[in-house]
Design a protein around this ligand. Sequence first.
Ligand code: 13P
Length: 411
Amino acid sequence: MAPCFAPSVALTALTPHASPLSASSFVPSNVPALQPRSQRCSLRMTFEAGLFETENPYAAQLKQTAQYIASRGSGILASDESNSTTGKRLATIGLENTEQNRRRWRQLLYTADIGDYISGAIMFEETLYQSAEDGTPFVDILRAKGIVPGIKVDTGLTALPRTKGETATTGLDGLPERCKKYYQQGARFAKWRAVMRIGKADGAPSDAAILENAHALARYAHISQANGLVPIVEPEVLLDGDHPIEETAYYTERVLSFTFRALNEYDVCLDAALLKPNMVNPGTDSTQQVDAQTVAKYTLQTMMRGVPPAMPGIHFLSGGMSDQEATENLNLLNSIPGSENAPWSLNFSYGRALQMAVLRTWAGDDANKDKAQQLLAALAKANGEAQLGKYTGPHPSPGGKTRNFQPLRLV
Ligand code: 13P
């Protein structure tokens, strides 16, 4: 892998040290004896300069953007639901799935007073090109609040052949051209969601699914960086299932390991990328009872084992956790012993945990708009405080303990 941030330095050979053990003393005689390290490989390598810095014209901007989004005390509003998913959400408040209603909903979100606690907003393609009623483009509204506009660039899920209902993510075809257009429109980061599930009975996640998803994430991340967009890499291990928390921890770690291997293979510069993983919870149908401390402990352990320190931020998805759980778990993650050693910001990129209560409060009636916007601002503040480990409650979400499950969505 080409180093993404290598100073111009010559690594001269390390001094080979004599081993106290003789290799030949404990291996069969037909196995060649180990050679001294200096003869096995040349340790003299010259890194002229990081390829990323010399070849990518956006390098400095990408790193700055990633760091900005991962700033302490603020996180991401994930508002990139496809038209079909948005339609299902609008139906719950009796609104028709029209372009105008989707625009009204996003206008409510983006014009709320959230700039102090939200550093990035992920948008769906239609929304990236929409404007508020007064004609101001949404991207300008966001930028004026210090919120970086982002874009979902995958085009949804498709069944992965020869697996039992596992999925691959689509959207690589034409991606460079789309990224160029999105950059021109003001987007500066890009999301790709890969989905894996745990199922003991059918062996999920299969290696095929993990490899396919890691590969697609790496290809998209490379294309995004080449076109000026910070990739927010999302290898989601779903909460669905009856497995205990230890299994979620194991598979999340395994998925992260494959993902970072693939990112390295494709020369993705981790300083200029963000991660969007799941928190480590027991499966939703598990009988295992765990407290928030345990979720935080396993989540931190998994991230410490799996995520290189070069990455500026880990932005967790809410994944069906209740609004309150999402905030409290994040707060604990940032305050339990050991969290002070985390090299990245442990942060949020919540969709449902920031939006569902706001949608219910609005109920499609603009007479409720101020109240709904105040709730969104309060939720953003609570999660911003949780990022600092300083959230004290009470939680602003009415009915905030109800989980936000939804069936696996294919678009
Ligand atoms: P949730 O927080 O609702 O899981 O959504 C985050 C997201 O962007 C999933 O792709």
